[in-house]
Structure formats: C-alpha cells, structure tokens
Ligand binder design. Structure first.
Ligand SMILES: NC(=O)C1=CN([C@@H]2O[C@H](COP(=O)(O)OP(=O)(O)OC[C@H]3O[C@@H](n4cnc5c(N)ncnc54)[C@H](OP(=O)(O)O)[C@@H]3O)[C@@H](O)[C@H]2O)C=CC1
Ligand SMILES: O=C(CO)COP(=O)(O)O
Length: 324
C-alpha cells in the first residue's frame, strides 16, 4: 500500500481484516512509529485500529514493494511521480498494480495507470483501478459500500474484488479501465464546482441541474477520448459523481465551497489538511480538451475560477446561462 492518507488507511483496514498482509509505505517516520506504538494512523481515520500482525508500516518504499504481490497506489496523483521515481524500472516486474487514485499526473496530463504502464514497461493487463462511490470515512464506520475494480484483465479484476469483499463491502469487476478512470477524475471537478456554487449561496435546485448537465459533459468527453459504449448510470460513474457532489465527507465539494465563500486556493488547501484532487484535475482536463474541443462549460468555469482568477460569482453567473 502506497500512501498514508485516508483512503490508504481505509483500504489497509479492509484488506488486512480480510486476511491479507499489507506492507504499508508512508512518508512520515513519526507516523510509522505512532502506528507501531498505538495501532492507529495519527492523522487520517485515526479511529481505525489496525492489526499489526498483518499491517507492516514502513518508510522504506523499496522494501515494501519488494515484499508484495500487489501494489496499491493511494497517494494523491500530484505525488505519484516523486514516490515511484525512487523505484527501478524493473521493480514492478511480476506484480499486479491497482490504482486507487482519482486524479491525473499533473504536467503530463496522463492517467495514473498510463503513467505506471509507461514508466515500468507494463502491459495494461497488469493494471487495474479501484473506483465507485466510497468514502474512507464510511469504511471506517463499516457502512455498506460498493467498489468497482476496472481492468482489461477480467481475472485480475475478480482476484482483487475477492480481496476486498466483506460484510460491508461489495466489489464488482468491470472492463472499462480508461472510462472509469477518466470519469473518477472528472467527478471531482464537478463536485468542486458544485461546492463553489453552494459557497456562493446557490441551492439544491441549481446543484441538481449542475449534476445532470455534468453527466452529459462527462459523456461527451469520455466519448471523444474513447468511443466504446459505456453506461454512465453505473455506480462507478454516476454513483461516484453523486457521492462526491452531495456527501458531507467530500473533499472536493468542501474545497469548492470555501472558494465560493471567498477563500483563496492556498488558504482553502491549508485549512483542509486533505487533498482535493479536483483542483489539479481541472488543469489537466482543460489542457487535454484544448485538442479535443469538447463542449465542457462546467470544467471551463472551474478552470477560469481556479487558474484564471475570474471571480467565482461572475463565472457561475455565466455558467448558469449555459445549463439546461
Ligand atoms: N478519501 C477517500 O474517501 C477517497 C480517496 N480516493 C483517492 O485516494 C487518493 C488519496 O487521497 P486521500 O487518501 O483522500 O488523501 P488525504 O487527503 O486523506 O491525505 C493526503 C495524503 O497526501 C499526502 N501528501 C500531502 N502532501 C504531500 C507531498 N507534498 N508529498 C507526498 N505526499 C503528500 C499526505 O501525506 P502526509 O500525511 O505525510 O502529509 C497524505 O498521505 C486521491 O487520489 C483520492 O482521490 C479515492 C476514493 C476515496
Ligand atoms: O473519490 C472519492 C469518493 O469516491 C473521494 O473524493 P471526495 O472526498 O471529494 O468525495
């Protein structure tokens, strides 16, 4: 498990309680020591008690990777490159890789699975994603949750589903790796924009129209990238959009709401102490769309607010004329 945040903690809980041994890399020495002393991750999901017979925290990435059959990536996308660049190109040979990240590599504007495939010379059949509407905070509370494992390799997807399934987690395999991964990136942008509108005082009526227009925006973009038929009403697509757009736990909605209320990007980021992937994703998707030229009014509005410094009130005022 790579990453010491909320989602890494939640997935470590699920996997270890199901019997897997988890070699868990996190960057902070103090966090590892705290975990070894108390069984709790000090700063994320700190209510979760972990079984140290099966959870082995370390700051030594090479050691953790060498010991594992599966590599689960759960650091925010912005830090994937710096973490993985410590590994040799052959370090992942023979392993199966699952990205639990809902973001793109900033600057390169590529999906995490594409980056890993290229960097470590792996076929996509060695890779998968964990998707679906699932907040780490609800895993900590053992609330009924659903995950989708997307991979072009049906056996890999089913094998990882089997590692996840338990009393409160249902997991289903799916073949659409790219579509699921892109939609998981885009739903963060939508939730962030909904948060901005909420922060400005827009209500549920506007939010519902924003989300339904967002589904069409996601469909247009995903189709332009890869026109394979996909049913966006599935829980890995629409379900994930809904949970992020409406949940009290959503980082992206919370971040957007702060921006709508007048926080600068920097102060919102500092106050949250968690990462809103949508902030980085807006730039990547906007830049990819320069070539594709798909109509994406919601993403454009978010980009103009976050990167062009247009006032949120002005931009959402313009967006409101484009929604139907
Ligand atoms: N939280 C959730 O419910 C879900 C999250 N995801 C995805 O999981 C991924 C991880 O998110 P999540 O667990 O929520 O993250 P959190 O916001 O909970 O934690 C932030 C993580 O980022 C690390 N970090 C912050 N700054 C840096 C840096 N400069 N270099 C390296 N690491 C840094 C933190 O490490 P440190 O503590 O050492 O600062 C911490 O591990 C994201 O892609 C997210 O979209 C997917 C589904 C559900
Ligand atoms: O992707 C997630 C839940 O599926 C986490 O992102 P949010 O916290 O913004 O909802």
């Amino acid at each position: 498990m790579l990453g010491g945040g909320s989602w890494a903690t939640a997935l470590t809980k699920i996997l270890s309680e199901n019997g897997s041994c988890v070699h868990w890399w996190m960057r902070g020495k103090d966090d590892v020591q705290h975990l070894l002393r108390t069984r709790h991750n000090p700063r994320y999901l700190s209510s979760v008690a972990l079984d140290l017979d099966r959870v082995l925290p370390t700051t030594d990435l090479k050691e953790a990777v060498a010991a594992a059959d599966w590599l689960v990536l759960a650091v925010p996308a912005a830090f994937v490159q710096s973490a993985l660049d410590k590994l040799d190109r052959d370090a992942l040979k023979g392993k199966r890789i699952i990205s639990a990240i809902k973001g793109m590599i900033p600057g390169k504007n590529v999906l995490v699975t594409d980056y890993v495939a290229e960097r470590f010379r792996l076929p996509h059949t060695r890779l998968g994603v964990v998707a679906g509407p699932c907040h780490a905070e609800e895993v900590a509370l053992e609330k009924q949750s659903y995950l989708t494992i997307g991979s072009p390799d049906a056996e890999l997807a089913e094998d990882f589903c089997r590692l996840l399934r338990n009393r409160y987690v249902k997991a289903n395999p799916a073949a659409d790796l790219d579509g699921i991964e892109y939609c998981a990136v885009m739903k963060n942008i939508i939730a962030l924009t909904g948060g901005i509108a909420h922060g400005l005082g827009y209500g549920d009526n506007f939010q519902a129209v924003l989300v339904s227009n967002a589904v069409q925006e996601m469909r247009r973009f995903a189709h332009a990238l890869n026109p394979e038929p996909r049913d966006l009403s599935g829980s890995a697509y629409l379900g994930d959009l809904l949970v992020t757009a409406y949940s009290q736990f959503s980082r992206n909605r919370t971040f957007g709401s702060m921006v709508g209320r007048g926080y600068s990007v920097k102060s919102a980021q500092m106050e949250m102490n968690m990462i809103a992937e949508g902030y980085y994703a807006v730039k990547s998707i906007h830049e990819i769309n320069r070539k594709l030229q798909v109509s994406m009014p919601i993403t454009t509005a978010a980009y103009n607010i976050l990167y062009e410094k247009i006032s949120p009130a002005t931009e959402i005022d313009l967006l409101k004329e484009k929604l139907k």
